[in-house]
Design a protein around this ligand. Structure first.
Ligand code: AMP
Length: 507
C-alpha cells in the first residue's frame, strides 16, 4: 500500500452505503465521499502541479474531508488553515507555502477577503459540481510515491514564523496500521471528532475512520464551551470513541458534565497533547470502568504519536501517568548529556525518535529542519535520522517511559535544577486543585503558579511544605476561573506568562 486513498477505496468497495462522515448538518456515505473526492480532485488536477501544497480555508466539516481527499487525488497535499487566526499569521503561512491557489468555501468570503492573496481562489462548492476525469486521475496515481507529502500542519515556531510540518503517506500508513489494531478500533465504531483539522489529533480520527470503515461524527467547535450540548450530541450521535486533547476531556469533568448525562456507548478514550491530570482521569474511569483509556504521546513531527500507555492500574493524584512504550516500528530512546544513551530508571534525557514515522521536516525551511532532524549520534555507520523532541523523559522501575517536562520548562532557580512539571504534580496532588500550571518569572526570579480550585494560597503553601523542597514552592499564586487554552486545547502558557509581564509593567 502506498497511498492513503487505498483506505478510502477499500472501505467504499466494502461499505458503499454506510455513513462515513457527518457534521451537524451534512452527512456522506463512503460511495458519496469517493465520488465527490474524485470530482474535486479532477477539478484541481489541471490547476496545481502534483506534489504542491493546497491551502484550505473552511470550517471543519464533511466538505473539508471530501476536499482533503480530492486534493490527494490531484496528487497534492493539503494544509488546513484556521480562519480564526490573525490575518498576518495566515499570510506568513501562505508565504511559506509559496502556492498559487487556495481552496475555500463561499461562506468564508469575508475571511478570504482579509488575506492579501495574489493567487487563484477556488470554491469547494464549484469544484464539487464538476465531473470526474478518470484518465487524468489514473495518470496522477501512477506517478504517486509513498514518500509524497499528504498534509502540512503549521505549529508555532520559536523564531516567530510558523513551521509547516509535512507528513508523507508512508508515515501515516505506518502509524495507522498499528493504531487501529492496538486499540481495537473497528468498522463498528463511531469516532467523535474534537480536534480542529489543522491539528494532528484529527489525523487519527480521519484515517482510523477511512481505514476501518467506521463513522466519524464531527463535533462543532462551539460545543466545547457548552458541555450539556456536547454530552447531548455524543448521546444522539452514538459516539463510541474519543480521541481528544486532554483539555477537552477536562472540560467535561471540571464542569461536572456527567451529573447531567452519561453518553452510554463510549468504550474508548484516547488522549494526548499534555499531561493528563490524574484527578480528571480518575473521574472518567469511575464513569466508564469498562472503557479503554490510553495516554498517547508525541509531537506532530513524528506523525501523531510515538508512545502509548493503556491505563491498567489505579493512579493517585500527584502520581505519574506513564507515556508508556513505543509504537511498533518506531524507535524511541533517551539521550543524556554528551549524547549518552540512557537506560537506567529515573535518569532523565531528551526523548528522541527514529523510524518511518518521521515527517519530511518543515516545509520550505531547511534551517529549522536541520536543527531538529539530525543524524543519530549513536550511529556513526549509516544514515539514520532522528527527531529531537525537546521533551525530557525517564524510565520508571517498570521500564515504562514517563514524561518529565519540556527541555525549556526546566529551570535553574536558587542554584537548583527544577522541572516545573514536578512542582505542578505536587500542587495537583492537593484535593482542592482542579488544574495547575507553573511559569518561571525570570524577571522577578520566582516560580508563579496559576491554579483552578477552591483553596487559598496560604493553605497550598502549608500543604506543599510536606511534599516539596522549599526552593520548589512557588513564590506567587494566582487563582483563575478557567485556564486560558490555545486553540489546540493546551494550557496557553504564553498567555499566562504575558499576564505576569503585564502585572510587572503595571507596577
Ligand atoms: P503537538 O506537536 O502540538 O502535538 O505537541 C507535542 C508536544 O506536546 C510534545 O512534544 C509534548 O511536549 C506534549 N505532549 C504531547 N502528548 C503528551 C502527553 N501524553 N503527555 C505529556 N506531554 C505531551
Amino acid at each position: 500500500m502506498n497511498n492513503v486513498l487505498e483506505y478510502l477505496e477499500h472501505s467504499a468497495a466494502l461499505y458503499p452505503d454506510k455513513m462515513a462522515f457527518a457534521d451537524e448538518t451534512t452527512r456522506c456515505t463512503y460511495r458519496e465521499l469517493l465520488e465527490q473526492a474524485r470530482i474535486t480532485g479532477s477539478g484541481l488536477a489541471g490547476r496545481v502541479q502534483p506534489g504542491k501544497p493546497v491551502p484550505v480555508l473552511m470550517e471543519k466539516s464533511v466538505s473539508a474531508v471530501t476536499l482533503f481527499m480530492g486534493i490527494v487525488y490531484a496528487g497534492c497535499f493539503y494544509a488546513m488553515l484556521d480562519a480564526k487566526q490573525p490575518a498576518a499569521r495566515l499570510q506568513q503561512i501562505l508565504k511559506t507555502l509559496e502556492c498559487d491557489l487556495i481552496v475555500s468555501s463561499r461562506s468564508y468570503l469575508a475571511e478570504l477577503g482579509k488575506l492579501d492573496f495574489q493567487g487563484e481562489a477556488v470554491f469547494y462548492e464549484d469544484l464539487v459540481q464538476g465531473v470526474a476525469d478518470e484518465t487524468l486521475l489514473e495518470g496522477i496515481r501512477r506517478q504517486a510515491l509513498d514518500i509524497d507529502p499528504l498534509y502540512g500542519i503549521f505549529t508555532s515556531g520559536s523564531t516567530g514564523i510558523p513551521k509547516g510540518v509535512v507528513v508523507s503517506h508512508r508515515s501515516v500508513i505506518d502509524f495507522m496500521e498499528h493504531f487501529t489494531d492496538l486499540f481495537g478500533i473497528t468498522g463498528e465504531d463511531v469516532i467523535g471528532n474534537q480536534a480542529p483539522f489543522d491539528f494532528d489529533v484529527s489525523v487519527k480520527d480521519i484515517y482510523s475512520t477511512l481505514k476501518t470503515g467506521a463513522t466519524m461524527q464531527i463535533i462543532p467547535r462551539r460545543m466545547f464551551s457548552f458541555p450539556t450540548q456536547l454530552l447531548d450530541y455524543l448521546c444522539e450521535r452514538e459516539v463510541t470513541t474519543l480521541i481528544w486533547a486532554v483539555s477537552a476531556l477536562c472540560i467535561i469533568t471540571t464542569l461536572n458534565g456527567f451529573d447531567y448525562k452519561i453518553p452510554p456507548k463510549i468504550s474508548k478514550v484516547l488522549f494526548s497533547g499534555e499531561v493528563m491530570p490524574i484527578r480528571h482521569l480518575n473521574k472518567w474511569r469511575e464513569i466508564y470502568p469498562e472503557a479503554l483509556f490510553v495516554n498517547l504521546y508525541g509531537p506532530t513531527e513524528i506523525t501523531c504519536n510515538c508512545t502509548y500507555y493503556k491505563v491498567d492500574r489505579e493512579l493517585q493524584p500527584g502520581g505519574i501517568l506513564p507515556i508508556g512504550q513505543a509504537f511498533p516500528n518506531e524507535k524511541v530512546f533517551l539521550l543524556g548529556e554528551d549524547n549518552r544513551l540512557i537506560t537506567e530508571p529515573g535518569e532523565k534525557g531528551e526523548l528522541c525518535v527514529s523510524g518511518t514515522c518521521l515527517s519530511l521536516g518543515y516545509f520550505n525551511n531547511r534551517e529549522q529542519t536541520a536543527k531538529a532532524f539530525v543524524q543519530n549520534p549513536l550511529n556513526p555507520y549509516y544514515q539514520e535520522t532522528i527527531y529531537l523532541t525537546g521533551d525530557l523523559a525517564y524510565y520508571n522501575e517498570d521500564r515504562e517511559l514517563c514524561f518529565a517536562s519540556r527541555k525549556d520548562f526546566q529551570i535553574k532557580h536558587m542554584g537548583q535544577r527544577i522541572e516545573l512539571g514536578e512542582v505542578e504534580a505536587g500542587i495537583e496532588a492537593l484535593q482542592e486543585i482542579r488544574r495547575v500550571c507553573c511559569i518561571f518569572d525570570e524577571a522577578a526570579g520566582k516560580i508563579t503558579a496559576f491554579y483552578e480550585g477552591d483553596i487559598e494560597k496560604k493553605e497550598i503553601v502549608r500543604q506543599l511544605r510536606k511534599t516539596l523542597p522549599a526552593y520548589m514552592i512557588p513564590g506567587a499564586f494566582f487563582r483563575v476561573d478557567a485556564m486560558p487554552l490555545t486553540k489546540n486545547g493546551k494550557i496557553d502558557r504564553a498567555c499566562l506568562k504575558s499576564s505576569i509581564e503585564g502585572e510587572q509593567n503595571g507596577r
